[in-house]
Design a binder for this molecule. Structure first.
Ligand code: PBG
Length: 341
């Protein structure tokens, strides 16, 4: 054949016409933007008020005494930080079977709460509630003689600790222990003490027995002394269990739900958000995810900022309203008008 072929096929679907400049591209992502309101910052508080203890497995993250935490948070608050998640870490206080120092007067979170409320009146403060950082065995509940969890004793203790944090000034109680019935037990105790409409409950509803918590257990000094947490945290393949856990917690009155970790569980996040669209949905980008992303950037595999923003955008798309991330102060820096890309 001569004369060439005229080859003309009209596409049936037009995508490129909707993305040819940045404004058009931005319109596709308006529901998944990252602003200060979408971020919660986890912090570790220690007993010594003037301590700064860098955590080697989490470069850039330290445990702080309350005075140093004030200086650290000051900058983030100026940059728009709206919420924090507090973790207490003890060294010289005793750890016992009953996790007595989880809610003693000496507990670093109990001591920090009134101060933080005064210093940062617009900051919303959530407290992780768990027994593992304060128990001699390092497990998240109260144990029977044989080392298994005694659920009802655990509920009693965990709801006492939750109430103590609420009375000390926490806006949000975030139980991470994974005991059955804890949301109902905590709600009941808050209501009984006239705190029912002053304190919200954020349930770590779908918390998986993950390999990504390693650096946190360093940071929180909360490694189990024996065994593991597989009898109460969810098995990684257990998406169905995660849905049941979310339903259980909604039925017991959880105000907000969480999936943890993030990246490997984006499908679970989407399914829980779809099942409970009326609850603000949180996802925790945990310590191992933080360490992994930083290490990748440090090794030159990618640039930190675009990769992190892509990952956070992915978590938003998967259904997260709020992302709990150790990167929060850095992201708040990036969000400042002068640092806009
Ligand atoms: C305590 C708790 C853990 C994390 C938050 N609360 C550790 C665990 O369950 O082993 C992990 C957070 C992180 O890895 O950043 N129950």
């Amino acid at each position: 054949m001569t004369g060439g072929t005229s080859f003309s096929v009209e596409p049936k679907h037009f995508l490129q016409s909707g993305i040819f400049n940045q404004t058009l591209r931005d319109w596709h992502g308006l529901n998944y933007e990252i602003s200060a309101k979408n971020l919660m910052y986890p912090v570790f508080i220690v007993e010594d008020d003037n301590a700064v203890q860098p955590i080697s497995s989490m470069p850039g993250i330290s445990r702080f005494g309350i005075n140093k935490l004030k200086e650290h948070l000051q900058i983030a608050v100026e940059n728009g930080l709206s919420s924090v998640l507090l973790f207490g870490v003890i060294d010289s206080l005793t750890k016992d079977d009953n996790a007595s120092n989880a809610d003693s007067k000496m507990n670093p979170v109990i001591r920090a709460l009134p101060k933080l409320r005064t210093w940062f009146p617009n900051l919303t403060i959530a407290c992780d509630v768990c027994l593992c950082p304060y128990s001699s065995h390092g497990h998240c509940g109260i144990l029977r003689q044989d080392g298994t969890i005694e659920n009802s004793a655990s509920l009693e203790r965990i709801s006492d600790v939750a109430l103590a944090y609420a009375m000390a000034g926490a806006h949000i109680i975030a139980p991470s222990d994974m005991m059955d019935g804890r949301i109902g037990a905590i709600k009941a105790k808050l209501i009984k003490n006239d705190l029912g409409n002053k304190v919200a409950v954020l349930s770590y509803a779908a918390k998986f027995a993950s390999n990504f918590y390693g650096p946190f257990r360093d940071a929180g000094k909360s490694k189990p002394a024996f065994g593991d947490r597989k009898r109460y945290q969810l098995p990684p393949a257990g998406a169905g269990l995660a849905l049941r856990a979310a339903q259980r917690d909604v039925d017991e009155g959880a105000d907000m739900l969480m999936v943890k970790p993030g990246t490997a569980y984006a499908d679970v996040l989407r399914r829980i958000k779809d099942a409970h669209p009326d609850r603000p949905m949180f996802v925790y980008q945990v310590s191992g995810e933080y360490a992994m992303i930083l290490a990748g950037a440090k090794a030159g595999a990618f640039k930190l900022r675009p990769v992190l923003m892509e990952m956070l955008g992915g978590l938003r798309r998967a259904g997260a309203d709020v992302i709990i991330t150790y990167f929060t102060p850095l992201i708040l820096e990036w969000l400042k008008p002068k640092n806009k890309l």
